[in-house]
Write a protein that binds this ligand. Structure first.
Ligand code: PMH
Length: 373
């Protein structure tokens, strides 16, 4: 999925030992026998789906979860046997591919099952499905017991599908107030109990639910953000039962250095005006096409462990930073990660942009070469 040749010094360094350690700690946190579904959608939140899948499986995950058919097929090409669950809705046209490649689908409509049954008389093998219950997220899923019963019987009736699981997703597990979360949990349990028989795998917990809420392990948990060493929210961060190790660093090197005169300007729109005579400025080869969005103007990077501010507008492929001292071309720069005694985190970027770390990790574009440790 990423560059195979790499000349530009801009890189995301992914520490797979951090991911391994996180998954091991996450495994120890849950009961023996509870399965781990490693959520590796969106290219493993930007960390690389194949590399993360391998480590997560070695560290104890028994299933992988993705969002789309394309993501599932990409992983299946390398991992021939492991169960792969697509969490999102898929078109009927994908069903024969799911059968051929043994990919588990999420279903939430008896109508959809009937439609597939009309289109295909037989499949290479029955397709495993997990029923999605919408217990309060309001995204996909059956919302009432009658819908659930209809779906269950539609699956029973056909030989095209085989019921393997049932799950739901929490909207507020990362918040302190447990009220809405408890309502969702109760609704889900009631729905599962209404089935004539319990499917093999009942699952509900995401990272937040598994780490800071009680009684939702069921048969499996779906860990996403925590595998990557990031916290779902400030509340969860404060209540983590064990430390998480961030896996992603973003690094580059200075490609140009110059001394500027007071009054000179920098960047598109000439918005930055040099304040002091003899100010040192460095150009870095990373920009908004790499995921360093324009809103990160003013953010600091680390050079020799010291913070240097991004000045002027962020360009598509380059940024300029105000240097605290002169450095040579080739000087290493850390945009995300530790350098010296200081650290810039994805959370810091997220706070500046008033968003969440999930979005930050996904934002880093495929143009940034991933290097694996
Ligand atoms: N299960 C489902 C259905 C999900 O959508 C997600 C994350 C997870 C599990 C993993 O959650 P975690 O990363 O908090 O552990 N989905 C999303 C999303 O759709 N937007 O942000 C996170």
């Amino acid at each position: 999925m990423y560059n195979t040749m790499s000349f530009r010094p801009t890189k995301a360094v992914i520490d797979l030992t951090a991911i391994r350690k996180n998954v091991e700690n996450l495994r120890e946190h849950i009961a023996i026998g509870t399965e781990i579904i490693a959520v590796v959608k969106a290219n493993a939140y930007g960390h690389g789906d194949l590399e993360v899948s391998r480590v997560a499986l070695e560290a104890g995950a028994s299933m992988l979860a993705v969002a789309t058919p394309e993501e599932a097929l990409h992983i299946r090409a390398t991992f021939k046997e492991v169960p792969i669950l697509i969490l999102g809705a898929v078109p009927a046209a994908f069903v024969p591919y799911a059968a051929q490649h043994n990919i588990t689908l999420t279903v939430f409509s008896a109508h959809w099952i009937d439609e597939v049954s009309r289109q295909y008389q037989t499949l290479e093998q029955p397709v495993k499905v997990h029923i999605k219950v919408d217990s309060g997220m309001g995204r996909i899923g059956v919302t009432i017991e009658q819908e659930l019963q209809e779906l269950y019987h539609a699956i029973e009736k056909t030989t095209l599908f085989e019921l393997d699981g049932i799950f739901t997703h929490f909207a507020t597990a990362d918040e302190e107030n447990p009220e809405y979360y408890e309502q969702q949990k109760t609704k889900f349990i009631t729905m599962v109990k209404s089935l004539p028989a319990k499917p093999r795998l009942v699952h509900a917990a995401n990272t937040a639910a598994a780490l800071v809420k009680d009684g939702v392990e069921f048969d499996a948990v779906r860990y996403g953000i925590s595998m990557y060493g990031l916290s779902p929210s400030a509340y969860v961060e404060k209540h983590l039962p064990f430390p998480l190790y961030p896996a992603m660093q973003v690094q580059t090197e200075v490609v140009h250095v110059k001394k500027l005169h007071k009054g000179q300007h920098v960047g598109y729109g000439a918005t930055y005006e040099v304040e002091q005579e003899g100010e040192w400025l460095a150009t870095l080869p990373i920009g908004y096409a790499d995921g360093l969005v324009r809103g990160l103007q003013g953010q600091e990077v680390l050079i020799r462990g010291v913070r240097a501010e991004i000045v002027g507008r962020v360009c598509m492929d380059q940024i300029m930073v105000k240097l605290p001292f002169q450095v040579p071309v080739g000087e290493p720069v850390t945009l995300i990660g530790k350098q010296g005694d200081d650290e810039v985190t994805l959370q810091e970027w997220a706070d500046r942009l008033q968003t969440i770390v999930y979005e930050m990790a996904c934002l880093l574009s495929p143009r940034v070469t991933r290097i694996y440790l």
